[in-house]
Design a binder for this molecule. Structure first.
Ligand code: SAH
Length: 193
């Protein structure tokens, strides 16, 4: 298969992602942050995730990563497109349900509410699940050993190191309500984990 199919898929899905996030991001930024746990580790993890997200564009626009190219095959490509599509749908759903309680980092905003409805009724971290699916989609779609898994690896590290502190922040903020939410939901996969 022509690698331009992969390049087009990555460009289109990234644009869709930005279009989904933009209005929610803008709305959240207007609500004051009243508590922040953005430490040094968070800064490093966010920078790493941004770099991981950027590497596929380097692959699309330059020959720098051509040494790690391999042939594009239809089966991983189609499986990747499915992951990207489901990931983007979940990304949209979780942003819609989280509303102005969303932050790019560990923060509590003025009037912050614990969201337990919509997609949050099924799992506690649907947005992270969305981004894991999306980055898995990139890994499958991009026929390059470096650009393919770059976002999956960097976002995976962010997820693993952030999920504990984020749940502690929510527990500190919402106490018993969060405890009972944790008792009836799983982190990423209903009924499993
Ligand atoms: N982990 C969630 C949210 C990601 S956005 C998800 O994957 O869907 C990160 C911010 O969302 C955190 O700083 C926290 O303040 C907020 N947050 C996380 N879970 C929340 C919930 N159930 N209700 C309200 N805010 C939440």
């Amino acid at each position: 298969m022509n690698p331009w199919y992969a390049k087009a898929a990555i460009l289109v899905s990234s644009i869709v992602m930005v279009v989904i996030r933009a209005p929610h991001g803008q709305r959240s930024r207007r609500v004051k942050v009243v508590k922040s746990r953005k430490g040094q580790l968070e800064n490093i993890l966010l920078t790493l995730a941004w770099l991981g997200f950027f590497v596929p564009f380097l692959w699309i626009t330059t020959r720098l990563l051509a040494f790690a190219d391999f042939p594009l095959r239809p089966v991983p490509f189609m499986a990747g497109i499915l992951c990207l599509a489901v990931g983007l749908w979940l990304f949209h759903r979780s942003h819609a349900d989280l509303g102005t309680n969303w932050s790019i980092t560990l923060e509590v905003r003025e009037g912050h509410r614990l969201v337990t409805h919509g997609i949050y009724r099924h799992v506690r971290h649907p947005m992270y699940l969305a981004l894991l699916l999306y980055s898995l989609g990139q890994t499958l779609v991009i026929p390059n050993w470096v650009a393919g898994p770059s976002y999956l690896v960097t976002f995976g590290v962010l997820f693993v190191l952030r999920v504990g502190p984020e749940e502690r922040l929510m527990r500190d903020e919402f106490g018993k309500d969060y405890e009972s939410y944790v008792a009836r939901t799983r982190r990423l996969v209903p009924g499993l984990w």
